[in-house]
Design a protein around this ligand. Structure first.
Ligand code: ATP
Ligand code: MG
Length: 669
């Protein structure tokens, strides 16, 4: 039963005798399926107790698939603590042995907001003159934990990190976590590692208990994950890894592709290669192979299409004048196909900033969609911050906005001052803004605070003045620049952790783009409100929007990959870094993206992108020229053709989404 649905190579892997084994093969060749089958096989045919098999998956979804599949096939309900992501598995382990690291078993896993508060307290307690954001500090602490660098090892901490005073911050942060019986994500693995390392009797009991370890997406394991696994292996070394070096896309988060490359030698393990791809049609596979063939640092493997039933649609490559047209085309194409069959669609972007215009068009077309792995555009922190300025410029009564931005970016206005403003507003029944004006006029603030409040109020007055004098785009730029918000992001970016702030800066530029589509602030703020409302009402979820990084291991009938332009994909940062390393990682990301598609792949780029008030011309991504033109559908590649198609199409052939949008507009005119 288990083996019936597998090909010869897959079967060989599944029934492989005990000992280490690596299954190394390209996308869609059935690695995850083989891992699941191996689990079932061990239980059914080898009589292994399912509770003793540790199976590490990349997502919780994959973990549930294993449990369901094994439950269905073996008619056996599986409740195991050893199937899940690294974090899920080791959080359970840690609960059991928490006392060994000074925690109670009911410890709390802090969310990011609480972690930030804690770091803030620590920095202020240490009286450090530290202007780094909590995010930067936390991400550095996470990196240290991933590399197994302990907080009491000051020398190592300082050797690995250039952040000022990080040794003191890290060490006190850990102390405080223990005091409040809490952990962060990094601790789940690091505490577990320490428990196993420092308690031979515990280690021995698990080594004896765990009979097999199975790991999916092995190419993206980091130092601590791999070391944990190695600790738990007994002499028989029943470690079954599946992975693809071409899909290693998390080096920037500490993943070590060397783990998979060195595995055969380190463990004297045989390697089984699966060559048949069951997911994608031939055009998609050729495109993927051609692109990845340009990478030098790879083991190299072939993919052949084994699913002859898949329609061999060619890849559609489309260029546009602008990102807005590109997004419109995506919504229109989905809308045209969605009514036909039950099919899955996914739009995979390189940068989160690309999502905004796509979300907008999906909403206009009333297409229900889901964003995986991240907040929606208008719910992102930096966007909400700037929108708070806009709201306050729009209305004096926006007290929540006032509270949000009075000290953002930091301008030295503390809790005490805010409390004074709030109290006064309550007493006089006036809004916060007027309350602060009144306190300023009555000289109720200390002199130093007075000056700061006055600067803030002048800024808000200027914004209010601009609302009627200039276009929205310029108002947006004014706020982002004059408030010091952009400067704050750039300073943080330059000090250390670039990546996150780059994204936030991109998002702010995208916000300005979004604003440029509206004629006045009323309309824009109403749109923001509606967008958020609209999203809450959607239930059908066969359209997903996510980043390429989040799409690993997944598959969809139709995949859209927009924004294939130099500077977006490959990203500007990869290009800046010159050397081949980052470029090769971007190329692997392209490979991951392409190989998510089963039958229909749509690649697109815009010849110009309007960013931050300037129209920038862009060059198509080098990755496009790395594919042979025979994989593309040549009939549609004229620039702007979709524009005419979407705008002037006759009524009879309108997509359902377009019809809905036109009807809506008619009603509301
Ligand atoms: P990725 O590298 O993207 O994680 P993968 O190698 O893990 O891919 P799977 O997701 O396991 O591949 O399989 C890809 C698709 O092919 C799935 O839909 C799976 O059900 C199907 N598949 C795998 N092996 C077979 C087979 N022998 N017969 C039919 N379908 C198969
Ligand atoms: Mg997989």
């Amino acid at each position: 039963m288990i083996l019936d649905t597998l090909n010869i190579e897959q079967r060989e892997a599944v029934v492989y005798p005990n000992g280490p084994l690596l299954v190394l093969s390209g996308a869609g060749t059935g690695k995850t399926r083989v891992l699941t089958a191996r689990f079932a096989y061990l239980v059914e045919k080898k009589g292994v107790n399912p509770q003793t098999i540790m199976a590490v998956t990349f997502t919780n979804k994959a973990a549930n698939e294993i449990k369901n599949r094994v439950s269905n096939e073996l008619n056996l309900s599986i409740i195991s603590h050893w199937i899940g992501t690294f974090h899920a598995i080791f959080s359970k382990f840690l609960r059991k042995h928490s006392s060994k690291v000074g925690l109670k078993s009911n410890f709390t896993i802090l969310d990011i907001e609480d972690q930030k508060k804690l770091v803030k307290q620590v920095v202020s307690f240490l009286k450090l003159d530290n202007d780094l954001s909590e995010n930067i500090i936390l991400s550095e602490i996470q990196n240290l934990k991933d590399e197994i660098i302990l907080s009491n090892d000051n020398k190592e901490v300082l050797r690995h990190s250039s952040i000022k005073n990080i040794d003191m911050i890290y060490s006190l942060y850990q102390e405080r976590l223990l005091e409040i019986n809490s952990v962060d994500f990094g601790d789940l693995l690091l505490h577990s590692y320490n428990i196993l390392k420092n308690n031979p009797e515990i280690l021995m009991s698990y080594k004896t208990f765990i009979s097999h370890i199975l790991i999916d997406e092995f190419q993206d394991t980091n130092v601590i994950q791999y070391e944990l696994i190695k600790l738990l292996l007994d002499d028989e070394k029943n470690i079954f890894c599946v992975g693809d070096d071409d899909q290693s896309i998390y080096a920037w988060r500490g993943a070590k592709v060397e783990n998979i490359l060195n595995f055969p030698e380190e463990f004297k393990a045989p390697v089984i290669r699966l060559t048949k791809n069951y997911r994608s049609n031939n055009s998609i596979l050729s495109a993927a192979s051609e692109i990845i063939g340009h990478n030098k640092n790879r083991l190299g493997k072939n993919l052949e299409c084994a699913n002859k039933q898949l329609e061999n649609n060619k890849i559609i490559l489309q260029s546009f004048y602008s990102q807005e047209e590109e997004s419109l085309w995506i919504a229109d194409s989905i809308s045209n196909q969605i009514s036909k069959n039950e099919v899955s669609f996914s739009i995979l972007v390189r940068l989160t900033a690309q999502m905004r215009s796509i979300e907008d068009k999906l909403i206009k077309y009333a297409l229900p969609y889901q964003i995986i792995g991240g907040p929606r555009f208008f719910e992102r922190k930096e966007i909400k911050d700037i929108i708070a300025y806009l709201k306050l410029a729009h209305s004096n009564d926006s007290d929540l906005s006032f509270e949000r931005i009075i000290n953002l970016p930091r301008r030295g206005i503390g809790e005490q001052t805010l409390n004074l403003i709030i109290q006064n507003s309550r007493d006089k029944k006036i809004n916060f803004l007027n309350s602060s004006r009144e306190l300023l006029e009555s000289k109720s603030f200390p002199q130093a605070v007075s000056t700061k409040i006055s600067v803030f109020l002048t800024l808000i007055d200027k914004c209010k003045d601009l609302v009627n004098k200039t276009n929205l785009e310029d108002l947006g730029i004014f706020i982002i620049e004059e408030s010091g918000y952009m400067k704050m992001l750039e300073i943080e970016k330059n000090t250390k952790k670039k990546l996150e702030n780059e994204t936030r800066i991109e998002n702010l530029k995208e916000l300005v783009n979004a604003m440029s589509e509206f004629t006045n602030l009323d309309e824009f703020l109403e749109h923001v409100g509606l967008v958020n409302e609209n999203i809450k009402n959607t239930e059908k979820n066969n359209i997903t929007l996510m980043t390429l990084h989040g799409a690993k291991g997944l598959e969809f009938d139709h995949v859209f990959l927009p924004g294939w332009e130099e500077g977006i994909f490959p990203s500007a940062r990869a290009l800046e870094e010159k050397g081949q390393k980052s470029l090769e990682e971007e190329r692997r990301l392209a490979y991951v993206g392409i190989t998510r598609a089963k039958t229909n792949l749509y690649l697109s780029y815009a010849t110009s992108r309007y960013t931050y008030g300037v129209n920038n011309f862009s060059i198509p991504s080098r990755f496009l020229s790395e594919m042979n033109s025979s994989v593309f559908n040549s009939s549609i590649s004229n620039e702007g053709s979709i524009k005419s198609k979407v705008k002037y199409i006759d009524d009879g052939s309108l997509s359902p989404g377009k019809k809905r949008m036109l009807e809506f507009l008619k009603k509301h005119k």
